[in-house]
Write a protein that binds this ligand. Sequence first.
Ligand SMILES: O=C1C[C@@](O)(C(=O)O)C[C@@H](O)[C@@H]1O
Length: 236
Amino acid sequence: MDIDFSSFVLAAATADLSDEPHARDHADAVEFRLDMASDPLDALAAYDGDLPLIATNRPTWEGGEAADGEDRLDALRTAAAHDAVAAIDVELAALEDGDATDVVDYARDRGTAVVVSTHDFAETPHRDTMRELLAEASRWGDVAKLAVTAEGAGDVLDLLGATWDATTAGETVATMAMGEAGRHSRAVAPLYGSRIGYAPVDPADATAPGQYDLATLSGLVDRLRSERPKAGESEA
Ligand SMILES: O=C1C[C@@](O)(C(=O)O)C[C@@H](O)[C@@H]1O
């Protein structure tokens, strides 16, 4: 299965693939958080859902639950070989230190897309720093993802600015501000070019702070998209 990141993709984020039938009405894909699942590879082998998967195996040093090491990357490699897995998510830091380059090469050889991500659970970096992180991740991946923590609306404005700059420079990016102050970024960032949104089917199963549930985010994104000026009307 493939995912087309040339337009917005709404991913149901979950540690439980039995969520997939409940996600179909609203989601374009499922993000399977291997690091949060019990027996993730068995669940993957048994998957026969309709939605394509983005496989993520987030290490503890980037806010996830997977122990660092070869096993984590081997699981991602196994996931990349599964027909339903359209993309894998790899941390930019794991590529820069060289650990994950083999997994990314393997995914590419199989035609599996690569999302290269950075998470900041403490703050929102300076706009220039965010711009650099997106540019760097774009060098490695099909989609450059940046999730930061907003303390106020100004942080979201900076993130949206970096998103817009990257998008107008031709990069394919996914951005979101975590935390309460950043919540609205999840609905608005797609208007500035963000190509992936993440939301749990059930809000109790959130995979990051400040997520909307899937039905709510789907409704907000659709509504805002339909109100956006059509190309040629007034957009830059
Ligand atoms: O990187 C992301 C974005 C995310 O952290 C969010 O804030 O929605 C949720 C994660 O599951 C996903 O891998």
